[in-house]
Design a protein around this ligand. Sequence first.
Ligand code: S3P
Length: 431
Amino acid sequence: MSSDSIVVHETKRLNGEVTVPGDKSISHRAIILGSLAQGKVMVTGLSSGEDNRRTVKIFQQLGVIIKKRGPAEYLLHGKGLHGLREPGSILYAGNSGTTMRLMTGVLSGQPFFSVLSGDASLNARPMKRVVTPLREMGARISGRDGGNYAPLAIQGGKLQAARFALPVASAQVKSAIVLAGFYADGTTMVQEPVPSRDHTERMLRYLGAPLEVSAAGLAVTGGGELKGDLIEVPGDLSSAAFLIVAGLLVHDAEVLVRSVGVNPTRTGFLEILQNMGARIELLNMREMSGEPVADIRVRAGRLTGVTINGAIIPRTIDELPILAVAAAYAEGTTIIRDARELRVKETDRIAAMCTELKKMGADIEAQDDGMIIRGKESLSAAVCTSYGDHRVAMAMAVAGLAAQGETRVEDCACIKTSFPGFMNCLQSLMG
Ligand code: S3P
């Protein structure tokens, strides 16, 4: 067995309280905006996942002093919007799409040359979605296939404000444009077809940036400055999602996940599970650095199939693999539509989830933009693979907790990109 495999057995009981790593999306923004702020910024709760470590390393290469002060605490010596320096070597984003796309926005406005690259998966993901609007603002970016694939070479410089109506809801594209907008003359506007996660907007407001949000979209005016001394990052709902579904599928389960971000642009997953009949409660609602936070309690129970489509899709996009697992064990049919974006994530998540759940005996059919899943009372263990995708790996491990026999998921080193302690967390709930 490869050391990158994980093995799970049918589990009858899950019980206890856990915490999850800091939210990956918010952690990226804390590092980026903290580095671009004026003066020192303390970030607490930062995720230890590899994706966020890539963003930290990139800002260190750009001349920002970032020091670890505690297990999840980092002190950033912000350089201001114009204090970064030309890096001496390639900036490596690893597996992290958010790092690459947001950094393309930041680097487009710098008075120097830089190159962004990633691993094989990231260098095969589409970058035109950020490169095209940034070029419209005057950015000089080249890459493979006319700039659609990294490595991306960026000759930064002065940008001009522009107006964009995005064809697809994407927080990465929206954020890349907003970040470039700081370096543009005039006011840059971005409108999305439906709302995507709004962590960039919330953190910018928290740091006092000149950003306006209205029905017409976002408006950011070049210049200005970011100020702040503390950014607290809540736990990652996208990581908690695996433990929540485990708590629903294991026969005798009650799980409490403490201090999780419950920003409404991310909670589509919780609403869908509640519509499926899940017993989920949000307790102790509070706010951290402009983001809503709660403790989430879940108890085991039978689920029923639902249709998932339209505006809720961007609010649950990263949870669709684990929702497919929940649906495979639910009573009735679940239909997922309008989710073509799943095909260009760390792997093609529609193909991956259909192939792997079928190995366990699930009745699941791939559609161009989603999946049709006819739930079954039980599935059987299998040898599965992750395709190097952290969310597929964790989703299949959870599927194995409720399947008869021993399930092995291969190629699981990728879990460290977002949730390094995932297996320890599950084991602590098994008692
Ligand atoms: C993210 C945005 C989403 C999401 C990704 C993180 C972000 O991607 O799937 O995991 O932090 O902005 P898209 O912008 O491509 O939808």
